[in-house]
Design a binder for this molecule. Sequence first.
Ligand code: CP3
Length: 339
Amino acid sequence: MNLKNDLLLRAARGEQVERVPVWTMRQAGRILKEYREVREKAGSFINLAKSPEMAAEVTIQPVDILGVDAAIIFSDILVVPEAMGLPYEMIEKKGPLFPKTVKSAKDVEDLNTAHIEEHLSYVIDAIRLTKKGLEDRVPLIGFAGAPFTILCYMVEGHGSKTFSEAKKMLYTEPELAHALLQKITDVTIAYLKAQVRAGANLIQVFDSWAGILSPAQYSAFAVPYIQQICEAIDEVPVTVFAKGAFFARKEIGQLACEVVGLDWNMDIQESRALIPTKTLQGNLDPCVLYGTFSQIEKETKAMLKAFGKQRYIANLGHGVYPDTDPEKVKCFIETVQSF
Ligand code: CP3
């Protein structure tokens, strides 16, 4: 493997870089009219995610259009519960819906854990096609949801501000929750290893709902499973992004991962002090991109100064919002690249 631009991978491994690499979460998506055109052709988000050619096309778009230093495979964290036997729908303007959820020991027992990479072969094929299309210009990021975040959707069945149904299981049936988390973890490891074999150069684990747990629950129900994933994926660097888990930064900093993702609530200096040995990624508030070009430049430069040049990957603190002007995203990217 000889990547023309390997800044992301060198920064992830803690090696010296000439400049800070930059990409944005949700860069392949509704901000781009080129994405919306392909999405239209596919008919639905799920059809698009399940068509390797089209998924590869929209994965590469932000590399061509925005000039980012990495591609992230176009898919969703919810393909894992689907492969385990819980199909989902994506309801326009509302988000995901699982008609069938996990509530009992029998439900956990019935979940499929075998041959997961065959069930998810469309993602693996999309990764292979993307690697071809990228022609080694930039690294390709693979990903999966963290076990706790996946449990949230499998138990609750849809998005929620509190995920109180899912959290209820942690309190009332902790053994059932642990059995479910272990199954998700086993499947996720097999899936991520298949992504790496197909060419993913770095793996990001999204724990999007980490912030709803107490520190004690995060230590008990999230950390041990993320650690199993970090230990199992030893072929490529791993990034752990636990949105909202400012209270767990020290513990996350001790995981067997190379990079820790930060959201905008997390102070940069404080995070460096709590996570002294790892590369950090983040953490501009995506709402900054609603500002003027000069505001974006100012905020981005302040962030770059605070993180410093080494052991750092510039990104937003969460996914870019769909109504963001792509020119503003470009401004963010170019400000990092010319700093
Ligand atoms: O560019 C990229 O970052 C790669 C693509 C990507 C998607 N989802 C595509 C998507 C990634 C990395 C994800 C991860 C994901 N999916 C997460 C973790 C990251 C995070 O945001 O915290 C979560 C929680 C999900 C679950 C999910 N998928 C929800 C709640 C929704 C509905 C809300 C929304 O944004 O519409 C989705 C749908 C989804 N996933 C879309 C895209 C582009 C929008 C669907 C569409 O185009 O109609």
